[in-house]
Design a protein around this ligand. Sequence first.
Ligand code: GUN
Ligand code: FE
Length: 441
Amino acid sequence: MEENKQRSHILRGNILYARSPGELVTAERAFLVCIDGKCAGVFETLQDAKDAMPEQYADLPVTDHGDCLIIPGLCDLHLHAPQYAYRGLGMDMELVDWLNRVTFPEEAKYAEITYAARAYDDFVSDMRQTATTRMAVFGTIHAESTLLLARKLSEAGFGAYVGKVNMDRNAPDCLRETDATESFTQTMDYLRKFAFLKSQGKISDRVHPILTPRFIPSCSRELMEELGELARQQGLKVQSHLSESKKEIAWVMELESDMPNYGACYARAGMMGNPVPSVMAHCVWSSPEEIEMIREGGVFIAHCPQSNTNLASGIAPVRSYLDAGLHVGLGTDIAGGFSRSVFRAMADAIQVSKLYFRYVDESKKPLTLSEAFYMATMGGGAFFGAVGSFLPDYELDAAVIDDTGLRSVLAMNLAERLERAVYMPEQCVLQAKYIAGERVF
Ligand code: GUN
Ligand code: FE
């Protein structure tokens, strides 16, 4: 165990990481130096003159991962832990029906802490075995259950933003806080207890609370304004959903008829970025005005292609978002998405971008593997700080992938091996995982 906690060490293997959306860096059988949990550099050799490892690292312990691929840990920028239990069910519905008929009755069960404990054990132990290292995750409206989720994620070593959900309207009684005051009070209670658990060492310094108004139909204007004020005062981040489906947007415009667009409802409450860091899931149908708000606020977009396909929401124009320089990461959106794999999210993102290109707009080139890899690592990682790359001073999150299951008579370079691992992750094995330099798997 002592060795696992070692935060200054060297990993050896086939190293791949993104430097920008179009730039994949690869280094065969190279050395990745980790000093106090952070990347200090990738070196080709120990001794040779060119790109040799500096002398001061010579005494660090080396873990040799052989012929495995070592990539930055994957970042899941949007998912719902309480929905994990029923992933793969109810996939013949669209968003609003699916929420009312499947999701809300299920999430109501998390009022019961023993139910939550069992479900979140399954969730965290399964997520532990994926290449995911960081996540922005929704709990439910229940503070105690969501605190339990945060503790379990912390024990498993994850870096995470964990949100107690706010809902004070348009939900069944069993999953609705009575009014804005009650919802706000529950949030304050969550934040206080979260801080206490941190002070007791029961939640690590990599796991944080995040304000989580579910979406505009679930949150009154009064509640949104109180939460926005709280975010500004306490320097909290915000996560929510934005412009996911056409029916949802029509509902928002009916509820908030004095607003020019969906995003403006968040902006009015100060939740569309600067100075409040925020991540919005989906943005499938964002108007040019809304996109401008996203750009100006530096809002992160969590692109969730599998959820958008399952719920027949649509295809987000991610090529345009990347070209406009917006922050874009990938989300599994469990359980709109059934897969917990961010590799699968990369493949889905590429595939739906091809359908968009062919069916919607032939000027929008499909995403490349390197762009999808960037979104899954550096793009989403930026929400968590210097995360998602092996450039110097990035936190050392790494997934070590054994791809021998993909053996072939062909000789392949590292970029080709990564591509196949993205498309066929079920034929690969996670050999090890490091978060901020600590071995967690
Ligand atoms: N919009 C509001 N709540 C949800 C949710 O749980 N999942 C998805 N995909 N969209 C939402
Ligand atoms: Fe979602």
